[in-house]
Design a protein around this ligand. Sequence first.
Ligand code: PLP
Length: 413
Amino acid sequence: MPEKLHYGFTTTILHNDRRKVIEHGSLHKPVHTSVAFGYNDARQLASVFQGKEPGFRYGRQGNPTVSALEDKISKMEDGVASLCFGTGMAAIGALFQALLRAGDQVVSSAFLFGNTNSLWQTVAGQGVDVAFVDATDVANVAAAITPATRMVFVETIANPRTQVADLVRIGELCRERGILYVVDNTMTTPWLFRPKTVGAGIVINSLTKSIGGHGMALGGSLTDTGLFDWSAYPNIAPNFRKQPASQQGMAQLRAKALRDFGASLSPDAAHQIAVGAETLALRMERTCANALALAQMLEADDRVAAVHYPGLASHPQHDLTRKLFRASGSLFSFELKDGINCFDYLNRLTVGIPASNLGDTRTLVIPVAHTIFFEMGAERRASMGIAESLIRVSVGIEETADLLADFGAALDV
Ligand SMILES: *Cc1c(COP(=O)(O)O)cnc(C)c1O
């Protein structure tokens, strides 16, 4: 079936599989569980191995079901190519494994998903210097750049305090300096925001979160937006320099990170994520509306000390959020006033579930300092603006009235 160029986001995802031939006219790409791919002509096997013709070699570095999902993610992010990994962390780790060497430096936002923060500590022990900066102001990023800087890494809306990076100006800075701009788009998803529009060269998504949406499969992805000039990137091995410049980054990532480190996405997980992705836009509309209603209700209550949500006028990057994102996201965090214990509050909820995940269809709540940010210690937490009583809420698709009633009633001690 011929492809028109300007279908909407959801139409594109729903119909993407059938743009290529599928046996029996199946509407979904089937789950191909085979690890090996047989060729009738041994010469063809060799030419697939040598990259002279397309084809699959071995399940670790590519699979038809995973490839169908990679194609959809490229469409969602308006990218030229995507790679899927077994988790979002594996996708982020791939950047380090494939693109950084001892002596290199990374400028990273200090407001980060906890495990990414921990990964950067590991990297620091292996000879790559990481400078943590307050990325809500491009001036801090500019001040940290050195001749050894290979990439600038930011999240769109930081988890859990919801700081929004100075996305446009950091993009301009990276373009001027020829530095790879890496944006973790997990919290906004390609439905709310495409990092390509602010100059990102690589976009990360944890597929575990809103893209899958059901909390039943782990996965992660990297998308090359086509904006970065790989011919200028110093760490491309001679072998990958033989490819056209536009493909060098992804070729090296696929071989060095996916093939050699083996953090591959399983075909079953790829299928589950692809099914979830079909309703991404519908779910985001509902969760963002729910999040805004809940955040507004809590902010108006004098038993609540603070609410952090970019959709509130009180948020420091509210204007930027309105300018860049279709809505303000499905996650917010808040602090209770002294006198209400955060554990007791969470135990009084009947809809919100104490659990560590986000982007699920169900509303999930977590006391941040005591769980996901416990390991880093009080000092680093304070520097990231994380109060000891901070509660993170990943808002689901329940009816708004049920959520408002639940979170409101739990304030009554
Ligand atoms: C969850 C998350 C990740 C890691 O994804 P996993 O699939 O859990 O490994 C990375 N970045 C952000 C912003 C996340 O929320």
